[in-house]
Design a protein around this ligand. Structure first.
Ligand code: GAR
Length: 203
């Protein structure tokens, strides 16, 4: 069997992006990677049910009541236990320190629901991003997949896809369209691209 890169997915909520990764993998398109673990920062997140349904090990490393260092130590332990080589942040609502990101340079990717450098950085996550885009009045938004470094949403861009804003959009309607038309497509495709490069020793 050909070697595949071991991938861990970090989540905090519903996990539709995780589902897109699982579906991509089940359809045979994730040729260079294999999802070996899902780590949730929130107890009971629905993303964990999605992992269980796909027979992927799911664990919780709660952010609550921990220092940043303790939280990251818990995640690092889980990553080491499964031998993860690439990490996907798929709706992961916690910021990672430089100490953490320095351990995985060019090995952590994140999906952000806007066209970076718009509506990104600390405080821009989930629905807040779409609220900001609508109140600014942009006519085009989209999603970005990028490498993760110590700057929130500041790492090298891997892929972007634009999505039209329509008259009468609410943050919820826009969020759904951005997910369907952009996030669920570019996140799995980026993961395959990154895993392929890791296998080839290009990054
Ligand atoms: C997605 O839109 C994702 O891009 C965003 O949160 C949502 C999670 O949905 N992530 C961020 O804002 C991170 N800065 P999901 O749990 O259904 O994948």
């Amino acid at each position: 069997m050909e070697k595949k890169v071991k991938v861990a997915v970090l989540v905090s909520g519903g996990g539709t992006n995780l589902q897109a990764l699982i579906d991509y993998s089940l359809s045979g398109k994730l040729k260079s990677g294999e999802i070996v673990k899902v780590i949730s920062s929130k107890e009971g997140a629905y993303a964990l049910t999605r992992a269980e349904n796909a027979n992927i090990e799911g664990v919780t490393v709660s952010r609550k009541g921990k220092t940043q260092q303790e939280f990251e130590k818990g995640i690092l332990l889980e990553l080491a236990n499964c031998g993860a080589e690439v990490i996907v942040l798929a709706g992961f609502m916690c910021i990672l320190s430089k100490d953490f990101t320095d351990k995985y340079v060019d090995r952590i990717i994140n999906v952000h629901p806007a066209l970076i450098p718009s509506f990104c950085g600390e405080g821009y996550y989930g629905l807040k991003v779409h609220e900001a885009a609508l109140s600014y009045g942009v006519k085009v938004t989209g999603a970005t997949v990028h490498f993760v470094n110590e700057i929130a949403d500041g790492g090298k861009i891997i892929m972007q896809k634009a999505v039209k804003v329509k008259d009468g959009d609410t943050p919820e309607v826009l969020q759904k369209r951005v997910m369907q038309e952009a996030e669920w497509k570019i996140l799995p495709a980026s993961l395959e691209m990154v895993c392929k490069k890791v296998l080839k020793g290009e990054i």
